[in-house]
Ligand binder design. Structure first.
Ligand code: PMP
Length: 379
């Protein structure tokens, strides 16, 4: 707990020193009454120099991992809470409980914001979620409910558990709980449309040719994709980076939702899983559907490619990122080579490698330090 507190304090100090909080669009509070929630958004954008050099393009990453609870999900959690408050469904310090089904990131955002704003977070998550995320949720004092089976191929399991939990509390007559419902909640894609998208446009200051992201709930790619198409024009290409085992890539490219195994004719549905956490799905969510018509193409990335890219970025750029960020970067290099040099490409770096040390990074650590981009592309 002491180490965690120190990390949180250092992060906050770093955030305060490096952020322009006067431009915060997520809170209307005057500066002196601002708490940790005011550090959400206005995340930095950096160039991934090794990838730019290799491809002859300019490849940038929006560092959502610098949000105070460590991922892009801070934006969504705050937007959902503020909406519930405005409707009177959440009242601070009245024992109100926020139920959510999540692969981890959203749960951590809700746990931090629940503490900051006077609520209890109850998090239902797959029982193979990385131990780091579990420890974090425990340290943050959230109520945790691990749910089986734990797999991207049956995500309804933890979403349904969260819905049921909130219903059971409310059935007792006090209406003390909300089900945040990030997959279906309209405020998810809208907060990315209203904040993440405009921030990227402002930070780039020049035409963006390509935006790449994976889809968990689909909120980020729907919100940012829609915003970029509206303000930059139809020639800004929106690309979905999809992990093995997910049906979304085939949905985008072929209009049919099936995973790679089924497409090969074996008829074994949903047999492929992935080490990657937070993205990939075999059902259509409200938030993904809001973005579908803005997505131009999808690129499927294997776990092996993601592991190599994570290690490559760590060794060559000092960028220690999570699995979904690595997937985005594989897709960025492929896109750069496919459409030629000179393009300006933006990806999202959703969370840090520190959240994945004993699962994804346990494997990525084994990749030799001299791994090359050619090796990744050769697969
Ligand atoms: N990366 C990580 C690590 C995530 O946790 C998530 C959200 N589950 C995403 C990417 C995808 O974001 P979205 O839900 O907006 O599609």
């Amino acid at each position: 707990a002491a180490v965690l507190s120190l990390v949180i304090i250092l992060k906050e100090l770093h955030g305060l020193l490096t952020r322009d909080t006067t431009k915060d669009k997520l809170t209307l509070l005057p500066p002196r009454t601002r708490g940790v929630e005011s550090l959400i958004g206005n995340t930095p954008l950096i160039e991934i120099k090794s990838l730019s050099k290799f491809t002859g393009c300019k490849i940038y990453a929006k560092l959502e991992l610098t949000n105070p609870a460590g991922s892009a999900k801070d934006r969504v959690a705050l937007a959902i809470i503020r909406n519930a408050e405005s409707e009177g469904r959440l009242v601070p310090h009245q024992g109100n409980i926020i139920y959510e089904g999540t692969s981890g990131s959203t749960g951590i955002s809700f746990a931090v914001l629940a503490n900051a704003l006077g609520y209890i977070a109850h998090i239902c998550l797959p029982d193979d979620t990385s131990p780091e995320k579990l420890s974090l949720l425990t340290a943050l004092g959230a109520e945790i409910e691990p749910v089986k089976p734990a797999s991207i191929v049956d995500p309804n399991q933890y979403t349904n558990a969260a819905r049921r939990g909130a219903d059971e509390v409310n059935a007792k007559g006090e209406n003390k709980a909300i089900f945040a419902d990030q997959f279906e909640n309209d405020f998810n894609w809208r907060i990315h449309y209203n904040t993440t998208g405009p921030e990227i446009v402002e930070q780039m200051g020049e035409h963006i040719d390509v935006f790449i992201n994976g889809s968990g709930t689909g909120g980020t790619i729907a919100g940012v994709g829609r915003y970029l198409k509206e303000v930059q024009g139809q020639d800004t290409r929106i690309i979905l980076a999809d992990p093995q085992g997910s049906g979304l890539a085939n949905r985008v490219n072929f209009g049919v939702m099936y995973d790679s195994v089924e497409r090969e004719g074996t008829r074994r549905r949903h047999q492929v899983d992935t080490l990657v956490e937070g993205i990939g799905l075999n059902r259509l969510t409200w938030n993904f559907k809001q973005g579908e018509k803005f997505i131009d193409e999808a690129i499927r990335v294997t776990d092996s490619q993601a592991l190599k890219m994570a290690k490559y970025l760590c060794i060559n750029d000092g960028l220690f990122w999570g699995s979904s960020s690595a997937i985005n970067c594989v897709a960025a290099v492929k896109t750069a080579l496919k459409y030629g040099p000179g393009q300006r490409i933006v990806v999202i770096a959703c969370d840090s490698g520190a959240r994945h040390l004993s699962k994804f990074w346990k494997e990525a650590t084994k990749i030799p330090n001299d791994v090359t981009l050619d090796e990744i592309l050769a697969e």
